[in-house]
Write a protein that binds this ligand. Structure first.
Ligand SMILES: [Zn+2]
Length: 290
């Protein structure tokens, strides 16, 4: 009898443990099921440093240095670590405790403001640079992009001259995606594996060319999360971080709340872009699409 009771207790304990284990797994899957958020920053607005461009289409994306630091500290307080795109795609990082962080355009604030803040928090990131803009006023110099790379950050390519890719001729697309990769690799003395699309204008043709020319991924500006090993690495979503997002806005972004609304807004905004074509859109509206 005693034996039976002990067996029963032991069996009940096992059932309880199994239930807890399954509940834990379900919770883990629920959290990681949505995939990993990828964030997209641009130039960082530093006190005393003029922005590379001074009109609203650009400044709306220029997050002040203090806000960037608040975002990073907030992630750290939540037990979430910032990682590079390459790290995210390796599959070695849990979606619930990691977030891929990217910077577009290659402003020198990448090195002057972002890098020290990331190092302080023990985070990594990917910096996509416009190769033909390296050395221009306000942008990284060749030495600075090498320094960023030497400090352990990932450097990606954001075309040669920031032209929007969908309507480029094959030879132009080759120049913006393949030639730029080779030039950047020569500057760094290292492989460049990741590409991001200017203005978020993605095309299947560009994705195919990226794959053929040895890139491992392409990031877009389509808001969403990426399921590592499931999402097409040549069409990765990113969520843009804008100036003036406080911690609660940032949390909503990170948690994916309002994602459908953001996707709908993005789709709505993209209609004139696609009807007119990116270059005519920029000309007509006098905007800069980073
Ligand atoms: Zn850009």
């Amino acid at each position: 009898m005693i034996g039976t009771k002990t067996e029963m207790n032991s069996s009940e304990t096992q059932t309880g443990e199994l239930k807890r284990h399954l509940a834990g797994q379900l919770e883990k899957n629920r959290v990681s099921d949505r995939g990993m958020p990828f964030l997209m920053y641009h130039e960082i607005d530093m006190p005393g440093r003029p922005l590379c461009r001074d009109f609203s289409g650009h400044t709306a994306y220029a997050v002040p240095q203090a806000e960037l630091r608040t975002h990073l500290q907030h992630l750290k307080d939540r037990g979430v670590r910032g990682i590079s795109v390459g790290e995210a795609l390796s599959g070695d990082y849990d979606s619930a405790s990691s977030i891929a962080i990217t910077f577009d355009d290659g402003a020198n604030s990448d090195l002057l403001a972002a890098a020290p803040a990331f190092e302080e928090h023990g985070f990594n990131a990917t910096f996509y640079v416009v190769v033909g803009w390296l050395g221009r006023e306000g942008y990284l110099s060749h030495n600075q992009v090498r320094e960023l790379h030497a400090r352990g950050f990932e450097i990606g390519c954001h075309t040669m001259s920031h032209r929007f890719i969908p309507r480029l001729r094959d030879s132009e697309l080759e120049y913006e995606m393949v030639h730029s990769k080779k030039v950047l690799e020569q500057i760094l003395g290292a492989r460049v594996d990741h590409f991001s699309c200017p203005g978020g204008f993605w095309s299947r043709r560009a994705a195919n060319l990226a794959k053929e020319s040895g890139y491992l991924s392409v990031t877009t500006s389509q808001p969403g999360f990426n399921k590592i090993g499931v999402t097409d690495p040549y069409c990765l979503s990113r969520m843009v971080v804008r100036r003036g997002m406080d911690v609660s806005d940032f949390d909503l972004l990170f948690q994916g709340k309002g994602l459908l609304a953001r996707r709908a807004k993005e789709a709505f905004l993209s209609v004139p872009k696609y009807i007119l074509g990116p270059d005519a859109y920029v000309k007509l509206y006098g905007v800069f699409i980073p």
